[in-house]
Ligand binder design. Structure first.
Ligand code: PLP
Length: 429
């Protein structure tokens, strides 16, 4: 980064500081990951200079011969990798992508049924302060009070009562599998669209360790920067572009689903696509087509199970008693620490996690009763089950002994040993 270090030493230093933080700590926020240097190169390319409002072959600006090929390549890879009929790769990120799906399928005030934020959903699944809760009539489902699992019978009852036009499934803090086939049955019974938001678990779906929504959902949305390991961004995927035509609320004409989604992105919500981002997504999709990626996806789950086992053995309580995906929700209620306190303590020894609400949490979002841990980023660094046993013990010791300085010293030593054994971004130093 010689140009950057000359032009702006300040920002250059900060980027280097962040690189060191990522290299020297244990990144355990389940929505985070490390992209490959190839993805970073595409992101830092001259493609950021180009305006290309529209779609390949139908642009509002000249000079898009190359950009058309970039976007076509990205779309084709997405279609091939997921086995879907249509892909829109232009959403700036996951939240605007969900907004586009709502804009395409709903009229303002229509009913949307999504998972409650406090129980593991996402802001865009109907939270009252989000566009999804302000402009639409949002109703929610949660998990079962006893098992903390999705209860499809209970969701069915809510759907029958509320008659949503759209059901959103997918989560940010649910440690178990989501059964898209059950959601589809419910959506069919109440004649509703089904949106599967697979932002967190997309990498597991590609690896075959989680059921795919492709046979069931009408629309699939995924971010590209979580388990998919690409740049920040999102894609909207359509398993089928059926003949059934749908009415766009602000238009007299009827369109198929693909036309509706594309029109919702532009002119509905966005202007020029971020072409450097599109290129970087294409690179990540190519990487995701390899056996190496499938191994990584399987290892994420093996690591999460190993970590869960170690946390339990060392005395912590997990929501649902474990995990079968990439994340773990620790219930700190009996430890005497809040989620915010645990997050801060672990930060002191360079273990990065995030505080999180647990289902039916009596505490507030900024200081909830849980922490959320995930294994995707560490798996990218090459961590395996044995490392997870060590990390689980370390985390539990810190939480059980919050004011013991020698335990913190030992934790820092363990973190240094593990990060040295699994180096990150050596090519960037
Ligand atoms: C991360 C996430 C989003 C939003 O993505 P952003 O890129 O942060 O806007 C939407 N839905 C789910 C389930 C997510 O996990």
């Amino acid at each position: 980064m010689s140009y950057l270090s000359n032009t702006d030493p300040n920002i250059y230093e900060l980027i280097n500081d962040e690189l060191k933080r990522q290299q020297n700590g244990l990144e355990m926020i389940p929505s985070e990951n490390f992209t490959s240097p190839a993805v970073l190169e595409a992101l830092g390319s001259v493609l950021t200079n180009k305006y290309s409002e529209g779609y390949p072959g139908k642009r509002y600006y000249g000079g898009n011969q190359v950009i058309d090929q970039v976007e076509e390549t990205c779309r084709n890879r997405a279609k091939e990798l997921f086995g879907v009929a249509h892909a829109n790769v232009q959403p700036y990120s996951g939240s605007p992508a969900n907004q586009a799906v709502y804009f395409a399928l709903l009229n303002p005030g229509d009913t949307v049924l999504g998972m409650e934020l406090a129980q593991g959903g996402h802001l865009t699944h109907g939270y009252k302060l989000n566009f999804s809760g302000k402009y639409y009539h949002s109703v929610s489902y949660g998990v079962d009070r006893e098992t903390k699992l999705l209860n499809y019978e209970a969701i069915r009852e809510i759907a029958k009562k509320e008659k949503p036009k759209l059901i959103v499934c997918g989560a940010t803090a649910y440690p178990r599998q989501i059964d898209f086939s059950e959601f589809k049955k419910i959506a069919n019974e109440v004649n509703s669209y089904l949106l599967a938001d697979i932002s967190h678990i997309v990498g597991l779906i590609i690896a075959g360790t989680h059921q795919s929504p492709v046979p069931y959902a009408d629309v699939i949305m995924t971010t590209t920067h979580k388990t998919l390991r690409g740049p920040r961004g999102a894609m909207i995927l359509l398993p089928k572009v059926e003949d059934r035509l749908h009415e766009l609320y602000h238009s007299e004409s009827k369109r198929n689903l693909a036309e509706l989604i594309d029109a919702a992105i532009i002119p509905g919500l966005q202007g020029g696509p971020h072409n450097h981002q599109t290129a970087a997504i294409a690179v990540a999709l190519k990487e995701a087509m390899t056996d190496e990626f499938k191994n990584y996806g399987r290892q994420i789950v093996a690591n999460a199970k190993s970590l869960a086992e170690s946390l339990i053995e060392n005395g912590l309580e997990l929501v649902t008693g474990g995990t079968d995906n990439h994340l773990i929700l620790v219930d700190l209620t009996k430890t005497g620490l809040s989620g915010a306190e645990a997050e801060k303590l672990l930060d002191e020894v360079s273990i990065t996690v995030n505080k999180n609400m647990i289902p039916f949490d009596p505490r507030k979002p900024l200081d909830p009763s849980g922490i959320r841990l995930g294994t995707p980023a560490l798996t990218t660094r090459g961590f395996t089950e044995n490392d997870m046993q060590v990390i689980g013990k370390t985390i539990a010791e810190i939480i059980k002994n919050p004011i013991n300085e020698s335990i913190k010293m030992e934790a820092r030593r363990v973190v240094a040993e593990l990060t040295t054994a699994h180096p990150l971004y050596q090519e960037l130093v």
